[in-house]
Structures are given as structure tokens and as C-alpha cells.
Design a protein around this ligand. Structure first.
Ligand code: M6R
Length: 361
């Protein structure tokens, strides 16, 4: 049942305010400015003993894990990184008892992720799951975890589950942070930011008509570049994947600072750039990248908190706390990918060559 929408993807994009509300519900503890995560199976003493966090996933879940790693580093000050699950399991990784491993999966059935979890458990590691489908293979195999409560996702490309997974990581990072060195004041600040998310997502969705007009213009591109920095880079990776998957337009994502180390050679009017430009401490750096692109006659679409003069178009998103901005900045780009694919007449819910869950190696 598409509930009045033409595609599941559109329905699922539209459901995000409610979905995010669900991942937050019942978990916030205002008294101690933290969150409770019932199924974590990690007591405070164990949480304090974690020296590293390694996040594993595939595709969109890997991208959500990259943002999750950033959240854990900034809020809990634990070194964290994310890696595609298959890369991890094929390189005979050093499994360290003080590392917390986190497997991310919408379906909970992705073979590469499941195999990585099984290998880790066989080597005695502690593995948590950040999973959408309750009772799925990865959820059962993990020692504990956080359900992301996005609800059923039917479209082959992931949208609402990405947003909820990143939000679930914000909860986990806040929880770990408040057990360690995150102050009450910062805990409160993040909680207030989390509470704003559903209404801010709604506000972004209300800009759909404008994004649709932009999509009609960008649908002519043969290839597109996506750039971001630090928190914005995984947003660029995910937006570029979304565009590829459903529009079949070639897209690349790069950290903004890497442009001058090579990809700048590709910039010309026929290769537009989508730039993630949040109003944070890296704003000036990002503006410099826009200037570099403009100087090569590149067209620029910025996703930003205020209009970017160097860009040909800016999609404005509401500002949240710096740490939570990536949750919002990807959403207009889901709509951009959607309307680009629609303008090109693609089969949005079932893109060619792809399956919803990849249960083979
Ligand atoms: O179910 P999972 O989250 O484990 O799936 C992982 C990837 O296969 C999945 O995210 C894929 O990249 C989607 N097509 C993204 O839209």
C-alpha cells in the first residue's frame, strides 16, 4: 500500500518525520541529559573500557556508519571509524578486545555483514547491531544493539532507514558520551537538537516543488560531482550513491579538499557539483572550494544553511546542532535523486541490477 504516493520511495521519504520520532520515542532521559537504550547489553563499566569503535556495513548502511563514527568521536571522544563489511572480513583484521564492533544493516540479512559479525564473534569480540528489521539474522547474532525503528522499507534504495540509522547513532554516541566525558550542558544541547529533527525534516520536505524544478535542470547531466568535508563528506557519498542507483547518472563523491589533488581536472560546465556547505567551523574552507569550482566554470548546487553566492542554486536546510546537521542535509538530496530519476522515466522502486537485500557473497 503506497498510501497515495506514486512510489514506495516517495512514501518512505515522506515518512521520515514520523520515523525519526519513533527512533527517539521513550529513549530520552531529561533528568540525566542522556538516553536509555534497552537492548544494548553494555554496562557503564564496560562502556568506559572501550578504546575504539569499528563500524561495519554495506552501501547506505556503511555511509550511515561513517556519520555514526563521527558522532561517536565528537560526542564520546572514542576513536571510531567505519569500513565496508566485506573489506574488513577479507583482510584478516586484527581483532582487539578493547574495540567495540558495530554492525549496521537495514535488513539485518546482508551476507557480508553477517559473515563479518560471525567472524568477529568467533574471535571473541563484542559486537552490537544497529538494525532495522527486528529479529533478523544480524540482530540475533549480535551481543546487543539498537533497533532503528524506521518501519518497513520496501523501495530497493534506502532513505528513511538511513536517516533513522544516523539518528540511532546520535543516541548511542550521546549515551556513550554521557557515561564518559560529555557534559550535562552538551547532553542537553544534543537532546534539544534531536527533538527538533522531525519538524525540521517536515520543513525540508515542504520544499519539494523547488527541488523538483532543480532536478529537471540537473537531469541533463551525464556525470555529477558531490563534495563535502568531515561531517559533510559521508552526506556527499550517500547522495551520490542515491543518484546513481535510481537515475543511472554517473556520480562521484570526494572530500572537498581532495578536489585540487585530481578531480578538479573534470570540472567544466557539463559536470555540475553538489556541495554540502553547513554553517559550521568549516564554512570558509567550503566556500573556498566553491570558488575553485566557479573559477573553472563549474555549475554548483549548494545544500547550505544560508545562500551561497558562488553557487548557481542553494537548497536551504534548517540549522541544528553542528553534530546533527548531517542528518538533515541528506534529505533534500534524496528528493533531488528522486525527481531526477522521475524526469528520466526510471523505475524508481526497482532499479536495474539491484536487490533490496544482498544475501549472497
Ligand atoms: O540491508 P542493508 O542495510 O544491510 O543493505 C546494505 C546495502 O545493500 C544497501 O544499503 C544498498 O546500498 C541500498 N541499495 C542503498 O540504497
Amino acid at each position: 500500500d503506497m498510501g497515495g504516493h506514486d512510489t514506495y520511495m516517495h512514501k518512505e521519504i515522506s515518512e521520515q518525520p514520523d520515523a525519526v520520532d519513533r527512533v527517539l520515542r521513550g529513549r530520552i532521559d531529561d533528568r540525566f541529559s542522556t538516553v536509555h537504550l534497552g537492548g544494548l547489553n553494555l554496562d557503564p563499566r564496560e562502556a568506559r573500557g572501550i578504546r575504539r569503535v569499528k563500524i561495519l556495513g554495506c552501501g547506505t548502511s556503511y555511509h550511515a556508519g561513517l556519520i555514526g563514527a563521527g558522532l561517536i568521536e565528537s560526542l564520546a571522544r572514542i576513536p571510531a571509524d567505519a569500513e565496508p563489511a566485506s573489506e574488513f572480513r577479507y583482510r584478516n583484521p586484527v581483532v582487539d578486545p578493547d574495540t567495540l564492533y558495530i554492525a549496521v544493516s537495514q535488513s539485518g540479512e546482508t551476507y557480508d555483514v553477517l559473515a563479518a559479525v560471525q567472524e568477529l564473534k568467533r574471535k571473541g569480540a563484542r559486537v552490537l547491531g544497529v538494525v532495522n528489521v527486528v529479529g533478523s539474522a544480524i540482530a540475533r547474532e549480535a551481543d546487543g544493539g539498537v533497533y532503528v525503528h524506521a518501519g518497513p522499507e520496501v523501495c530497493v534504495v534506502s532513505t528513511k532507514c538511513f536517516t533513522n540509522t544516523v539518528t540511532a547513532f546520535a543516541l548511542l554516541a550521546l549515551h556513550l558520551g554521557r557515561i564518559r566525558d560529555l557534559s550535562v550542558a552538551d547532553g542537553k544541547r544534543i537532546i534539544e537538537g534531536l527533538r527538533k529533527l522531525p519538524a525540521q525534516i517536515q520543513e525540508i520536505l515542504e520544499g519539494e516543488e523547488d527541488i523538483k524544478k532543480l532536478a529537471a535542470e540537473y537531469a541533463e547531466a551525464k556525470s555529477m560531482m558531490f563534495i563535502g568535508r568531515v561531517r559533510g563528506y559521508p552526506v556527499a557519498l550517500e547522495a551520490s550513491l542515491k543518484l546513481k542507483e535510481i537515475s543511472y547518472i554517473h556520480a562521484e563523491a570526494y572530500p572537498a579538499s581532495e578536489l585540487k589533488h585530481g578531480p578538479l581536472a573534470l570540472i567544466e560546465p557539463a559536470m555540475p557539483t553538489v556541495a554540502i556547505v553547513p554553517d559550521d567551523d568549516l564554512l570558509e574552507k567550503n566556500r573556498a572550494a566553491l570558488e575553485e569550482i566557479k573559477a573553472r566554470s563549474g555549475r554548483i548546487l549548494a545544500v547550505a544553511h544560508r545562500v551561497q553566492e558562488k553557487a548557481d542554486h542553494t537548497i536551504l536546510v534548517p540549522k541544528n546542532e553542528d553534530e546533527l546537521d548531517p542528518i538533515l542535509m541528506g534529505i533534500p538530496l534524496q528528493l533531488l535523486a528522486y525527481h531526477t530519476a522521475l524526469a528520466l522515466g526510471r523505475d524508481i522502486d526497482k532499479p536495474r541490477n539491484l536487490a533490496k537485500s544482498v544475501t549472497v557473497e
